[in-house]
Design a protein around this ligand. Structure first.
Ligand code: ATP
Length: 365
């Protein structure tokens, strides 16, 4: 769908930002360009919608050389999301999103209706449409930016460090939202980041670039972690790549065990061991520490905050993290509806990992 053929970009001051780079981005996938600052990611991305022209080489979108396309026309089929969302400050949120359908000749009423739908699609309540960008949080602004980029229903979406200006928790939410949206929309997404974790989480394929616009490696995330092409990629993917690879290892061998539970809102006696507190629907709310004396009905503020939850059958990284982050040293396993299933120890997860290694016959690094 997007193809870079021996693309090179040298700026007027002599800087070679992209060095004869060839790369194919498959239709309907998220492909991530990742690399340190200044390695040419943005330059490469902007050649797709002709914001930057290559010095030599060819960029094809949908099989057509972009130079044969009128830039304005080309950009209508290519959504573009940037850091800080790039919203118009003096237009309210709904009008920001409606801009594109209006440009496409829709009536104002129709454009606003479509904008409302898009806000919901990216997980924002329609009421926010009346606010101005400055009245939204950074994460909400980014969602509006995504909604605006999707407004023309473009087959291609370029995203240039779209989530880097928000805090890590919001960022994770936005990443999850993008994966959910992509499941639904099947766009061809080219995503730029300098964060290898973000690249690995989002990319079906990841292109690692190094200084001077060289392609160091282009591979699926698991392959990148398993077999980094050279020292640069090894250093860039980081020391804990063995742990990260667990994100790709699913296993049905995790065997949760029962643990003592207590229900919020009920009277509980003092005990010498950790107990898991559940709400009335069986969802974990936190841990009740040993020897905790509960006067009256059990409330949430008497609990130690729980660790992360592990959803059954999810990749093993989540299982290990749940076990390591729990105050009771036992990770809580939940079903797809978030209801308590059992608990697991870190030792058990490591044992499952060992058995997985033996089964597939290749060690996790
Ligand atoms: N208009 C320009 N004129 C001259 N040099 C430029 C221009 N734009 C970018 N560069 C240089 O080209 C190189 C690549 O820049 P580019 O913005 O593509 O990198 P990047 O990987 O996106 O970086 P970052 O992660 O910091 O955004 C850098 O050395 C940069 O200084």
């Amino acid at each position: 769908m997007i193809e870079f053929q021996a693309v090179r970009k040298q700026y007027d001051n002599g800087t070679v930002a992209v060095h004869e780079l060839s790369l194919s981005v498959e239709t309907g996938t998220i492909t991530v360009l990742v690399g340190p600052s200044g390695c040419g990611k943005t330059t490469l991305m902007r050649m797709v919608n002709r914001m930057i022209e290559p010095s030599s080489g060819t960029v094809l979108v949908g099989g057509t050389d972009v130079r044969e396309r009128d830039p304005a026309h080309l950009r209508r089929g290519i959504g573009y999301v940037i850091q800080q969302a790039g919203l118009f400050p003096h237009r309210n949120v709904l009008d920001n999103v409606a801009t594109v359908p209006l440009l496409h000749g829709r009536s104002r009423q129709e454009a606003r209706r479509r904008a409302g739908e898009l806000l919901e699609l990216v997980g924002l309540p329609r009421e926010l449409g009346k606010r101005y960008p400055a009245q939204l949080s950074g994460g909400q602004q980014q969602r509006v930016g995504v909604a605006r980029a999707l407004a023309a229903d473009p087959p291609v979406l370029l995203m240039d460090e779209p989530f880097s200006a928000v805090d890590p928790v919001v960022r994770e939410g936005l990443q999850d939202e993008l994966l959910r949206l992509q499941d639904e929309l099947d766009k061809t997404v080219l995503f730029v980041t300098h964060d290898i974790d973000e690249a690995i989480k989002l990319g079906e394929k990841v292109a690692v670039l190094r200084q001077g616009g060289h392609l160091a490696q282009y591979a699926a995330p698991d392959d990148l972690l398993a077999e980094p092409a050279d020292d640069f990629v090894t250093a860039f993917v980081g020391r804990d790549r063995g742990y990260r690879r667990l994100s790709f290892v699913e296993s049905d061998r995790v065997r949760p065990e029962p643990v003592d539970t207590v229900e919020l809102g009920t009277q509980v006696a003092t005990e010498l061991h950790w107990r898991l507190a559940l709400d009335g629907d069986g969802r974990p709310r936190g841990w009740l520490p040993p020897e905790a004396a509960v006067d009256g009905a059990l409330t949430e503020d008497q609990l130690a905050a729980g660790g992360s939850l592990y959803t059954e059958h999810a990749p093993l990284r989540g299982a290990l993290d749940a076990a390591l982050s729990a105050p009771s040293e036992r990770g809580v396993v939940v079903d797809a509806d978030g209801r308590y299933v059992g608990v697991i120890s870190a030792e058990h997860v490591l044992d499952v990992i060992q058995r997985h290694r033996r089964k597939v016959g290749q060690g996790l690094p």
